[in-house]
Ligand binder design. Structure first.
Ligand code: ADP
Ligand code: MG
Length: 233
């Protein structure tokens, strides 16, 4: 599903350059649930943003479901992003003046899907994350865990091949984190490929494979015995 080879990324600010990713190689097969770990500043978000086509590497290759991701014009990039990828962020990034339902339906609007079908599909994803009764509520009427569930429903609404989540539990207390991880595990069990970034070891243990990033390189890449999130709730 994902194949990257010798990926490099630097940030240039004025005359200084910060080499953040220094030759990353890894592949993710369909149906995997992978966590990318590493201390703050190790380049986790940089890597996830490149995988999510929100940013581009300086060097190296990236194939997403067999498609080379390089030098795409913005229109094609947007189409690929929509087709292949769903993104979840630590801070939820919901639109504050739109209801839960309208937040979930928004990506479908950009795909040109008619309103009736948008609403039906958005509602089915809200049901899936257990939030159908909250459909008409605004984000500030929801708890952190509920907001993240809405964000996950929104990321899934366009039926992406890969779900990418940057610190999805970073703003949540531990019980709520486990509930969100339980949802992520069940979405993975349906066959969806998922990559999450986290710096929390117990969250990483709930995935099936841990990739450790340090000083811009992968220092460890290990399959783990997945801990079921519900054990902790
Ligand atoms: P992590 O997610 O692991 O905490 P990041 O990928 O966000 O790490 O950042 C890696 C390094 O790159 C950090 O030193 C950070 O300050 C720097 N960095 C991140 N984004 C930018 C940017 N847009 N411009 C300049 N430096 C950046
Ligand atoms: Mg980060």
């Amino acid at each position: 599903m994902i194949e990257i080879k010798d990926l490099h990324k630097s940030y240039k600010t004025g005359s200084t350059s910060l080499h953040v990713l220094k030759g990353i190689n890894f592949s993710v097969a369909e149906g995997e649930l992978v966590s990318i770990m590493g201390s703050s500043g190790s380049g986790k978000s940089t890597l996830l943003n490149i995988l999510g086509m929100l940013d581009e590497a300086d060097e190296g290759s990236y194939y997403l479901d067999g498609v080379p991701i390089k030098n795409l014009n913005e229109k094609i990039a947007a189409r690929y992003r929509n087709k292949f990828l769903g993104f979840v962020f630590q801070s939820f990034n919901l639109i504050s003046y739109k209801t839960a339902l309208d937040n979930v339906a928004l990506p479908l609007y950009y795909q040109g899907i008619k309103r009736k079908e948008r609403i039906e599909r958005a509602m089915s994803y809200l049901e899936k994350v257990g939030l159908a009764p909250w459909a008409s509520h605004l984000p500030n009427e929801l708890s952190g865990g509920q907001k993240q569930r809405v964000a996950i429903a929104r990321a899934l609404a366009s039926d992406p091949k890969v779900l990418l989540a940057d610190e999805p539990t970073g703003a949540l207390d531990s019980k709520t984190s486990y509930e969100v991880m339980d949802l992520i595990q069940s979405i993975n069990e349906e066959g969806r490929t998922i990559l999450i970034v986290t710096h929390e070891h117990d969250i990483a243990q709930m995935t099936k494979r841990i990739v450790n990033l340090k000083d811009g390189v992968i220092i460890d890449d290990t399959k783990v015995n997945q801990v079921k999130a519900l054990h902790n709730v």
